[in-house]
Design a protein around this ligand. Structure first.
Ligand code: ZN
Length: 272
């Protein structure tokens, strides 16, 4: 049984709650960390939000999510870079040490070119990340999203990018939903540890059948992912951070969120 000292929750998991409600409910339940989605920050001063999070006894783990670099035209790509710079400043004000990147994809940009655009986008924003003291975490996404959300789909690719660029401010986020199937996963997690590039660990489960690509994630224990095994690899690689519960699910968003939070805690204790 896990205690809750390493449990963090993404605000998108309990999307019906605004940031203030999520902070209060998580803290009351004994959750230790929170990853803040940029939508939850809308209309708020990031510094004040960060102060409220810390005052409640929660650690701000990351700001989610930047990236989305590829686009057919240079003007849009420049806008995306400015968006990421704004998010980096917001993460610094919030006191979050990490900005998670969904690198992006575009159906009108061929995949090889999109990968080049991801690399250029990351290189463009890295100087500010270094200056603000906020790390960028590339989160490889399941290949089913390669057409429209991310052309970085495996840990190997994410780490090749990290190694190629070679900045201590660039790392990876391991989300079990995206990488659980990868026969290289254990080896690549070990590699990430050796590179000092293991920045975040996200958990949920993979339901079968999947009713929606985006919004039908399972609660830990509901699906086929061997989460404790992947967690053991991540920890063996030296990771000492939070296990962050990140579940997008219309099914769970439709239920009473207090009851849902109780189920998240129980699932974390037993299946992570
Ligand atoms: Zn994730």
């Amino acid at each position: 049984m896990n205690d809750l000292s390493r449990l963090a929750i993404h605000t998108a998991t309990t999307k019906p709650w605004d940031l203030e409600t999520a902070v209060r409910k998580y803290a009351d339940a004994g959750v230790s960390g929170i990853s803040v989605w940029k939508e939850a920050l809308e209309g708020r001063d990031p510094a004040a939000a960060g102060a409220a999070i810390r005052a409640a006894g929660l650690a701000p783990v990351s700001l989610v999510r930047g990236g989305f670099f590829p686009a057919p035209d240079p003007e849009t790509r420049a806008v995306r870079i400015r968006d990421n710079e704004r998010l980096l400043r917001a993460a610094a004000e919030l006191g979050a040490p990490l900005l998670v990147l969904v690198c992006g994809a575009h159906p009108e940009v061929r995949i090889a070119e999109a990968r080049d655009q991801v690399r250029s986008g990351i290189e463009a924003v890295l100087p500010l990340a270094e200056k603000e003291g906020v790390r960028l975490a590339i989160e490889p996404l399941h290949p089913m999203y390669a057409g429209d959300r991310s052309v970085i789909n495996t840990m190997r690719e994410a780490l090749d990018l990290c190694e190629g660029i070679g900045s201590p401010s660039l790392a990876v986020a391991v989300d079990v939903y995206h990488v659980w199937w990868d026969p290289e996963l254990e080896a690549q997690i070990g590699r990430a540890g050796r590179l000092g590039a293991l920045a975040a660990f996200h958990v949920c489960d993979w339901k079968t059948p999947l009713e929606d690509m985006l919004e039908d994630r399972g609660l830990m224990g509901e699906g086929c992912i061997d989460i404790p095994r992947i967690r053991s690899w991540v920890e063996r690689a030296g990771f000492r951070g939070f296990a962050e519960v990140e579940i997008f699910s219309r099914r769970f968003w439709a239920m009473d969120q207090d009851e849902y939070l109780g189920r998240i805690l129980a699932a974390f204790r037993e299946y992570v």
